[in-house]
Design a protein around this ligand. Structure first.
Ligand code: 16G
Length: 244
């Protein structure tokens, strides 16, 4: 810890300076996921500030979900994996994670065959009354929740959702229905209580709501996916070219 990182000469209150400093230590990896933070008393001593200041700074980071308190055990970093996701290539969650050396997992929340909703019927270009496999999963990387995903696929591509054990795209590729092109929309949102709890972040934490409509090479829609990506776990990166 560096005492010089905090200064009472700055216009920012000390506890916010400390919160910013701790965020930096976590972002730079000096404190990793699940690392314990020193006690309030020790932090106060090592940083030359009052315990009240430390407590207020920790409260900020607890509210952001970057720290977690465990009864009797102390305060821990809740950083999780951090992923830079390219927006310009069509990849699956499993591929994205394994290419980063992370292990992709899924917690199944819901799977069934149903009649497509009007919105899904339109998105997938189906006839009214057509059936779809509806698959809702919590996607994890090294067991940390990253995204909530609801994938809807016409039953002609996935007749039975329990066929999907690991990667949905693997199942589709094996069938010769390779996802080829997708349209995606991203919207900034605040997570509601249930979604926040599933993702292991506080209610109201920021997330990206992503809608994806994926097509086969011949343009046939193959999936319609609505996902919530943790705002603190993802950076989305895209390459831009001069127009014209
Ligand atoms: C990604 C895709 C999702 C696709 C899933 C397949 C986004 C927004 N979503 O999460 O559309 O269904 O990958 O992953 O990128 P899987 O093959 O690992 O099941």
């Amino acid at each position: 810890f560096d005492k010089a990182a905090l200064s009472s000469d700055l216009p920012l209150p000390l506890y916010l300076q400390l919160a910013r400093y701790l965020r930096g230590l976590i972002a730079s990896g000096k404190f990793g996921h699940q690392d314990a933070l020193p006690s309030e008393r020790e932090l106060a001593e090592r940083l030359g500030v009052s315990r009240v200041t430390v407590r207020k700074a920790l409260r900020e980071l607890l509210d952001e979900g970057l720290l977690q308190q465990r009864q009797g055990a102390g305060t821990f970093v809740n950083r999780g994996p951090y992923v830079e996701q390219r927006l310009s290539t069509l990849t699956s969650f499993s591929d994205d994670m394994s290419s980063r050396g992370l292990s992709a997992g899924s917690l199944w929340l819901h799977r069934q065959v149903t009649i497509a909703s009007p919105e899904e019927t339109l998105a997938l270009g189906l006839s009214p009354g057509a059936t779809v496999s509806r698959m809702q999963r919590l996607r994890t990387a090294n067991d940390t929740p990253m995204a909530l995903e609801l994938a809807v696929v016409p039953t002609r591509f996935v007749p039975d959702p329990s066929e999907v054990k690991g990667s949905l795209y693997d199942v589709l590729r094996r069938r010769g229905c390779t996802p080829f092109r997708a349209l995606q929309r991203l919207t900034a949102i605040k997570l509601q209580a249930e979604q926040a709890e599933q993702l292991g972040v506080p209610e109201g934490a920021p997330a990206l709501y992503i809608e994806r409509r994926t097509m086969l090479e011949d343009g046939t829609p193959v999936e319609f996916v609505r996902s919530h990506y943790r705002g603190d776990a993802y950076d989305f990166v895209v390459e831009l070219n001069l127009a014209g």
